[in-house]
Design a protein around this ligand. Structure first.
Ligand code: A2P
Length: 279
């Protein structure tokens, strides 16, 4: 069975560096996909309330019979549930669906700056952590100014910021800021949702190392000290994506991948996404 190394968090806990993402996997398929992932050796699963598959994920976790402390489970509070009381309620609902007493990491899914609720939402996370329902505090899609707003209130530094990150969008300034503050950078859409699978540089590297393009890219995330959560609903690819710990890219090839940065964002810009609702 394959395994991932772990990364130390500022909370005192550690997280597997490579996890399994379940975005866009429907609830009825999620159980089977997570079962396959757990059998392959993944121990870190990343879901969110808005993915509407927490119940399916929960069933797979329960059926696996694996010890709770061998698993690392992340979920996220959705934008409509921001605010102190609503966040605590949303967390309870997620825990119920996941059939868990606590999550390892709870993230604010998007800052939604115009709603002006993310600081209050983060305060709810701190309170839930004290109550034992969250092990590590985190955010997602936060820019520096959003993190600075938390620092200004003397709130605990998030353990993780999960952001869009892949060779086409390498987020160097955010990574440097995170390093300065002891925050782990977690890459969502680490494979650029499939957009770089035909890239010539990566195809050449795949040939050189006798690996697939996806494995080259995931290896780049690992050697860059990032946490990554590739999504797949294909059993062979689920397995393949965890099989990146038996080779190493040399410094020159790491540089070649660094050269692919095109500042190309696929998802929304957190400063303006999602746009305010028109009422
Ligand atoms: P599939 O579910 O059919 O495997 P990201 O994690 O960057 O969002 O990318 C997810 C996309 O990449 C999905 O469309 C997924 O399709 C595809 N994908 C995941 N792993 C691989 C792989 N090893 N090779 C090719 N495509 C992959």
């Amino acid at each position: 069975m394959l395994t991932s190394p772990t990364i130390q968090l500022n909370s005192g806990y550690s997280m597997p560096q490579l996890g399994f993402g379940v975005w866009r996997i429907p609830d009825e398929q999620a159980t089977e996909c997570v079962e396959i992932a757990l059998q392959a050796g993944y121990r870190h699963i990343d879901t969110a309330m808005i993915y509407k598959n927490e119940a399916g994920v929960g069933r797979a976790l329960r059926q696996s019979g694996l010890a709770r402390d061998s698993l690392f489970i992340t979920t996220k509070v959705w934008n409509d549930d921001q605010g102190f009381d609503k966040t605590l309620k949303a967390l309870e609902q997620s825990l119920e669906k996941l059939q868990l007493d606590y999550v390892d990491l709870y993230l604010i899914h998007w800052p939604v700056p115009h709603a002006k609720l993310f600081v209050e939402t983060y305060e709810a996370l701190v309170s839930a952590q004290k109550a034992g329902k969250i092990r590590s505090l985190g955010v997602s899609n936060f820019h520096q100014e959003h993190l600075q707003a938390l620092f200004a209130k003397n709130l605990p530094t998030p353990a993780v910021n999960q952001i869009e990150l892949h060779p086409l969008f390498q987020q160097r300034p955010m990574r440097a800021f995170h390093r300065q503050h002891g925050i782990i950078t977690e890459s969502w859409s680490p494979l650029a949702q499939g957009q770089l699978l035909q890239d010539q540089t990566l195809t050449r590297l795949a040939h050189k190392y006798a690996k697939t393009v996806a494995q080259i890219v995931l290896r780049w995330h690992m050697q860059s000290g990032l946490v990554a959560i590739p999504k797949s609903s294909n059993p062979a690819r689920i397995h393949q994506n965890l099989n990146v710990f038996d080779f190493a890219l040399d410094a020159e090839d790491m540089q070649k991948i660094e050269g692919l940065d095109a500042n190309h964002r696929i998802g929304g810009d957190p400063a303006v996404y999602p746009p305010p609702k028109i009422t």
